[in-house]
Design a binder for this molecule. Sequence first.
Ligand SMILES: *[C@@H]1O[C@H](CO)[C@@H](O)[C@H](O)[C@H]1NC(C)=O
Ligand SMILES: *[C@@H]1O[C@H](CO)[C@@H](O)[C@H](O)[C@H]1NC(C)=O
Length: 650
Amino acid sequence: MLFPLALFALGLGAVKHCAAEPSVPSSTVFSTYVVHERRAIEPTDWTISRRPNANKRLPLRIGLTQQNVENLESMLLAVSHPESPEYGKLWTPQQVVDAFAPSQATVTKVVGWLKDFGFSQDDIKISANKGWIQVNAQLSEVEDLLKTEYHVYQHKETGDEQLSCHEYSVPAEIKEHIDLIRPTVHFNHRPSPQSETKFKRAGGLGQPSSGVGPKQRPAQPVPPPVATVPPGLIDCDEMITPGCLRALYNVPTFNPAAADKNSYGIVEFTPQAFLGGDLDVFFSNFSPNLVGSRPNTVLIDGAVVQTTDQSFGMNGESDLDLEYAMILTNPQTVTLLQTGDLVQGAGFDNWLDAVDGSFCTFEGGDDPFQDGIYPDPAPGGFDGPESCGIVAPPFVVSTSYGQQEVTITAFSATRQCTEYGKLGLMGTTILYSSGDEGVAGRGGQCLDSQGLPTTNGIMFNPQFPASCPFVTAVGATQVNPGSTISDPEGACEQVIFSGGGFSNIFSIPDYQKSAVSTFLTDHTPPYTSAEFNTSGSRAYPDLAANGANYVVGVDGELQLVFGTSCASPVVGSFITMVNDARLAAGKGPVGFINPAIYSDTFKDAFNDITLGSNPGCNTIGFNATEGWDPVTGVGTPNVAKLIPLFLALP
Ligand SMILES: *[C@@H]1O[C@H](CO)[C@@H](O)[C@H](O)[C@H]1NC(C)=O
Ligand SMILES: *[C@@H]1O[C@H](CO)[C@@H](O)[C@H](O)[C@H]1NC(C)=O
């Protein structure tokens, strides 16, 4: 137990101050080191500038292995599979903390290792939920502890500096007790306001795409209106309006009966922001009584809804998300989770922190290189404490941002994905857009034989967090050119292609096994493991909605916008309607919807999409086919059928 370690610690106390002998194993107990994490790709835009000062203090944080993570999927299935007797029995936050806290054995082992190395009890702090151990250490000590070497990286444009190592090791018998250690290899370019181009479609965390619009109707004679299509809906193949969406997805008139209990959140990352005037341009065209309406804004980590820097890149995403979420769910209040300050920006973990106190820094999972860490000492940075558990998680959260899965380590992705699963247990539906590059990644990049993104790689390049099995990934469809809302939609093939494919990190969850295997058997794609992960991994998207030609008020005018970014907040609006019906009936929110939407019971509530594909990597990608496919998932919702099905569940 602990006593022999304590003896070692006493005996080897001097090692800590004797950094000149790093390679001497500090004890026979921990002599075999194994690599724990290694960065798959070097950060673009950053170059190694120098070795850091060995005396620099590093707030080292060790994320301990949580208990029951291997049971998370079955726990989620129990509360969210329509045939489960436990359906709808949501967990309380305390139950979640209790179930997943690391075991005492894990804490003891890791603390024993640190003491054996020579750290004193005073150097070691354990978070309240036991999820994290923080060690007050000097850089040279950390390098010895983790058998690694740190460098200062400098950003080519901004001159910003970050500390990082390429890989690090831990003793073999400690490995299973640790998820990840920070700061180490995690290194990702967070959005920052200094460089405008990062926020264009090809950069940043993923953006909606702008068309030049509104497009003019073609000069040739307009085809005679189809009798069943009302006059206002003739042009839905060229311009999507809220009316088109209501018609396409059979949306009943929405008169909320539980608006005070219900909640719907939209995540945006500073400096991207909505403009009040843009909402009004949109509302005045489509719902004049909403002019002047604004979201309920929650500012996370010093966020500002900035209005000084205006462009499609700065306003397009936020305007789109809020205009459609607000108009479709009106008079439901929509909560804007505006995340990150103007200096540092923020990552996905920051909004998780804000809705889920158990995930916060020291308590939780921030990545100092990927996620903004507050207080931010930079000039103009947010100097308040980090926003931790400041708002209850909304019942539905839609986030239209993503990153290449290859840019995040498996440990980091898994830790974040686990948090989405926990939110599902507590009743939140997490929606992420599936990406706009078909089977390719950002900038059309695909993976080479080493798994690294390049312009001429041939392996498909999946997107995260869409590839996390505990989120609902939303792909994009279109009203095919020349078709009407009465015709079947196809996969989106204008300006963008629906992101879809197979994860290289997560294995396939139970709820989609049968659907995915039917697709691979009945419509076997002409690809091998050189193109996509054929080992049985998480496939996405889960469902889809229209993502082409959205009329959006941006920068003072109506523009046409494309993207899975359009589809996610629309699906979120529909789930919010479902939740309203359930809350009004005294039931809970639906939470994690994937097991339900893949089930036979829900088959009729989706329009199967069988046209089009999602090209990328010099292929046509995957075909949209009968049944689930990695282009449009189970299809687009039929809301009038979806509501009663969810309402019938306990
Ligand atoms: C394929 O996915 C699995 C997870 O299901 C992962 O363990 C494996 O490394 C992936 N293969 C490649 C080549 O990335
Ligand atoms: C897509 O479907 C077409 C027509 O059935 C077929 O020829 C093609 O091989 C399919 N492509 C893929 C990638 O599955």
